[in-house]
Design a protein around this ligand. Structure first.
Ligand code: SAM
Length: 198
């Protein structure tokens, strides 16, 4: 995905939410190099990496104060990129798992103004289903550009997609269910650029 979207660069500060066991962390750490920084966080413990540019800790993205704890780990400034590869514990009932997973994605969206820099980017895994279009709409309204990546192996309805958005505007549109009117104040037709849609 980085070869396609170029969201990771040497020196980038990256927050990886839902990072255990740590496969992405390894790759990101090498890509951002010694000038960069990677913060990996998960409900499950993550084995510390020897790489000096990686910090890991255990935390729940839905818990109060999560964004502040990430801010503290970042230190000065904000992240250039947020990765969210979140999966709830699967029940096997796709609709239920889909709702839970999309809720986790919205939790990440809610905290972006605190942790993601202006013009920053995000890569987010999402389970396909009824709630996906609202999440996509929120991303489109909050970023200058939006793209969706559906790997060949994940084209079924009960499967996952990767959402990529860049050009963070510094604030996020509210969830569809929160406040219809306020959501539209962020809507600018020129901002709604999608290379793909469901
Ligand atoms: C598919 S795994 C991530 C794999 C990771 N990208 C890698 O490269 O190893 C999904 C992760 O989401 C985490 N997760 C689920 N709910 C979470 C929550 N509320 N807060 C933080 N992490 C959560 C799970 O514990 C799980 O480790």
């Amino acid at each position: 995905m980085n070869q396609r979207f170029h969201f990771l660069r040497f020196g980038s500060v990256v927050v990886d939410i839902g990072a255990a066991p740590g496969g992405w962390l390894e790759v990101v750490s090498q890509t951002v190099g010694s000038r960069g920084k990677v913060i990996g966080v998960d409900l499950d413990p993550i084995e510390a990496l020897p790489n000096s540019n990686v910090v890991v800790f255990q935390d729940d993205v839905t818990s109060p104060g999560f964004a502040e704890r990430i801010e503290n780990e970042i230190g000065k400034g904000k992240a250039d990129c947020v990765l969210a590869d979140l999966s709830p514990k699967l029940s096997g009932v796709w609709d239920m798992d889909h709702y839970k997973q999309i809720d986790l994605c919205h939790s990440v969206m809610d905290m972006l103004p605190e942790i993601l820099d202006l013009n920053g980017s995000i890569v987010m895994k999402a389970f396909q289903g009824n709630e996906l279009s609202d999440l996509i709409q929120r991303l489109k309204l909050s970023f200058a550009k939006f793209e969706i990546s559906k790997p060949e192996a994940s084209r079924k309805q009960s499967s996952e997609v990767y959402l990529f958005a860049r050009g963070f505007k510094g604030r996020v549109a509210k969830r569809e269910t929160e406040d219809e009117e306020e959501k539209h104040q962020y809507e600018e037709p020129s901002d709604l650029i999608a290379s793909d849609s469901l």
